[in-house]
Write a protein that binds this ligand. Structure first.
Ligand SMILES: NC(=O)c1ccc[n+]([C@@H]2O[C@H](COP(=O)([O-])OP(=O)(O)OC[C@H]3O[C@@H](n4cnc5c(N)ncnc54)[C@H](O)[C@@H]3O)[C@@H](O)[C@H]2O)c1
Ligand SMILES: [Zn+2]
Ligand SMILES: [Zn+2]
Length: 377
């Protein structure tokens, strides 16, 4: 079958690889109809992780059940399903508590597994014609048959729940003001989720014009950090107080405000300044324990200079980590079905799998309006 294979920094190729088969009675083989490229894939694509060439990318996957192991009871061939990017068992302590992003059994020695991702276990990615799904009863979310809402439902694999998770970590409540740093797909979904949760005012900070335009389209206030200090711009629009809550949807590859270089702690420190005392920060943006391309020795070891003193002084709470997609995907699916949410406004490109190499290149450069790419094998 055809699959998107990582060849080395800034290089992927569509190649023929072995089609997966059932290896355990609890598994399913899914014929992939949609699979999205994520900002998380770019960390690997840019050589900023320990990913080795040969890995098949793709953790945001949906499709049709092609084949089922004998132990799978809740699904049948032909069912349309979307899978959380997390691979989870459903029975370990963390899964039972709802922390499926930190499953203790699917990636030995580590809490958390995912498809097609470095250090997240042996699970091949779904930017391919077929995907093997373990614990299929637990990991497949059933969707209505047909092809309606295809580009809404694919976002249930990661970015819609992840944006929502950013708001959950920050405990966003009705009426609150929220600052979202990062207007990429995750940031836009965080802003959209904050509005769904009843926020009174939502700011989205970025510098890419198409992304700021999408933020404005959904009713958020765009803040261009290339035009001046974003903290000041937000304070100017909140009577000098700042926001109640903040979401970091950028992570460790944050660009410095006012200089053309990366500064990994910039967004965390801006959020400490943006959010009022006793507020809370949700951090779905990725931070890594080792970054081969980090700007200094500390950053290479995942250690950043965060203003912990001011964070403490302001009594801010911080929530971090991978999204536990299964905690939210059913409810968010139903919001899509009932017409209460339409996250596909974020999708900029629907392309055949063959176009993955150029899509990675353009998405990575954030040019030509590439915001969210969905590939169709
Ligand atoms: N926690 C999770 O489960 C989870 C899931 C998916 C993605 N992620 C992470 O979320 C982050 C965002 O993902 P994405 O797909 O939206 O990526 P993306 O790279 O498309 O978006 C990041 C955006 O941040 C902007 N940016 C850069 N520096 C900035 C700064 N200093 N201030 C404000 N904006 C800045 C960039 O211009 C870009 O538009 C990534 O780190 C990704 O790995 C986490
Ligand atoms: Zn993703
Ligand atoms: Zn588990």
């Amino acid at each position: 079958m055809k699959a998107v294979v990582y060849k080395g920094p800034f290089s992927v190729a569509v190649e023929n690889v072995d089609k997966p088969g059932i290896q355990h009675p609890n598994e399913a083989i899914v014929r992939v109809t949609s699979t999205a490229i994520c900002g998380s894939d770019l960390h690997m694509y840019e050589g900023r992780t320990a990913a080795e060439p040969g890995i098949v990318f793709g953790h945001e996957n949906m499709g049709i059940i092609e084949e089922l192991g004998q132990g799978v009871t809740s699904l049948k061939e032909g069912d349309r399903v979307v899978m959380p990017f997390n691979v989870a068992c459903g029975f370990c302590d963390n899964c039972v508590e709802g922390f499926t992003g930190f499953c203790q059994t699917v990636n030995p020695g580590f809490a958390g597994g995912a498809y097609g991702y470095v250090a997240m276990g042996p699970w091949a990615g779904g930017q391919a014609e077929y995907l093997r799904v373990p614990y299929a009863d637990f990991n497949c979310l059933k969707l209505p048959p047909g092809n309606e809402h295809e580009t809404d439902f694919i976002l249930l694999a990661d970015i819609f729940p992840t944006g929502y998770h950013g708001c959950e970590l920050a405990q966003v409540r009705p009426g609150e003001k929220v600052a979202v740093y990062g207007g990429g797909p995750v940031g836009l979904m965080a802003a959209y989720s904050a509005l769904l949760r009843g926020a009174s005012k939502v700011f989205v900070v970025d510098r890419v014009p198409e992304r700021l335009a999408k933020a404005q389209e959904i009713g958020a206030v765009p803040i261009n950090f290339a035009e001046g200090d974003p903290v000041q711009q937000i304070k100017d629009q909140t009577e000098g107080v700042g926001t109640d809550k903040g979401v970091d949807a950028v992570g460790y590859q944050a660009m410095a405000h006012g200089a053309a270089r990366e500064e990994p702690a910039t967004v965390l420190n801006s959020l400490v300044d943006t959010v009022r005392a006793t507020g809370a920060l949700g951090v779905p943006g990725l931070y890594v324990p080792a970054d081969p391309g980090g700007p200094d020795e500390q950053a290479k070891r995942g250690m950043l200079l965060v203003s912990i003193g001011k964070l403490f002084e302001k009594g801010l709470r911080v929530g971090t980590g991978q999204c536990n997609v299964k905690r939210y995907n059913r409810f968010l699916r139903d919001m899509i079905i009932e017409g209460r949410a339409k996250p596909s406004f974020v999708v900029s490109h629907d392309l055949p799998l063959d176009q993955a190499p150029s899509a990675y290149d353009k998405f990575d450069k954030r040019i030509e309006g590439y915001t969210k790419v969905v590939l169709h094998p």
